[in-house]
Design a protein around this ligand. Structure first.
Ligand SMILES: [Zn+2]
Length: 170
């Protein structure tokens, strides 16, 4: 897949794949708390990928879709699979916040009532390229709210959203 070694950790319903040596990682107790608490009602796979591999990652998961740029996104979720990018623009706390945000998308995926409720509002123009447009979409507001509310009990803090992150990107 990537030209770096991958380590795999299995904790209950949670599988964590770490590719190469990311600059910033999520502390083990966070994974343990997620896996042992009442949080995951279905198997979830999380991949942690160094941002230096973002082009290879995009080609793997998005095929021929045009590459939106190295700092167009921090993470994405498809079904029950979460991908988090790691580099010096993140901190351990911000990756925890980001994981909680993506787990909100996991909660919505494959739940017909939630999917219909959130996705009946189309993604706004500029959803990928414009931070304000991205954050305005109801599902993103829900995911931010979930991350803000849960972050303190996972050793993180509220507010580590896309607008926070943007000030740290080149
Ligand atoms: Zn999101």
């Amino acid at each position: 897949m990537f030209a770096v070694p991958t380590t795999r950790v299995q904790l209950g319903r949670l599988t964590v794949l770490t590719h190469g040596s990311p600059d910033v990682v999520i502390p083990l107790p966070v994974w343990q708390k997620l896996a042992s608490g009442p949080y995951l009602d279905k198997p979830v796979l999380v991949e942690l990928v160094p941002r230096s591999l973002v082009r290879e990652l995009w080609a793997r998961d998005m095929g021929s879709k045009p590459f939106p740029g190295a700092y167009a996104f921090r993470a994405y979720t498809r079904g029950c699979k979460v991908v988090l990018l790691s580099d010096a623009t993140e901190t351990a706390q911000s990756l925890v916040w980001l994981l909680l945000h993506e787990l909100a998308h996991v909660q919505v995926n494959d739940r017909p009532l939630l999917e219909e409720a959130f996705r009946s509002t189309p993604r706004p123009p500029g959803y990928v390229s414009n931070d304000e447009a991205h954050e305005a979409w109801p599902e993103e507001r829900f995911a931010n709210q979930m991350a803000d509310a849960l972050a303190p009990s996972f050793g993180s803090r509220p507010g580590l959203n896309r607008l926070w992150w943007r000030t740290r990107t080149p």
